[in-house]
Design a protein around this ligand. Structure first.
Ligand code: FES
Length: 107
């Protein structure tokens, strides 16, 4: 199972083994990782599942679609070049070892 590590703004790390096909958002919510709100439940309509992907790992992640790109314009914390919506990061074997940083706020 691919492993994904979430790091919050205080530096607290949570590493989860995630089933292939589950999103980085879904796994976080299921395991109570604080800092992912996911108000819309993964429909790419809220931008409260915002994460920053470690920059040297961006190539591991699936390409960004136009809906995600548009939603990222409305994040509560600053959008950066490595910003993604974690509901759109569906875990694949290539994503093993992925590290995502949680933003300061989602709302
Ligand atoms: Fe709403 Fe990701 S959970 S956009």
């Amino acid at each position: 199972m691919p492993r994904v590590t979430y790091i919050d703004t205080a530096g607290k790390e949570t590493t989860l083994d995630i089933d292939i096909g589950t999103s980085v958002m879904q796994a976080a919510v299921l395991h109570g990782v604080e800092g992912i709100v996911a108000e819309c439940g993964g429909s790419c309509m809220c931008a409260t599942c915002h994460v920053y992907v470690r920059e040297d790992q961006l190539a591991k992640t699936p390409p960004m679609g136009p809906d995600e790109d548009a939603m990222l314009e409305g994040t509560a914390s600053e959008r950066k070049p490595n910003s993604r919506l974690s509901c759109q990061l569906v875990v694949s074997p290539e994503m093993d070892g992925l590290i995502v940083y949680l933003p300061e706020t989602q709302i």
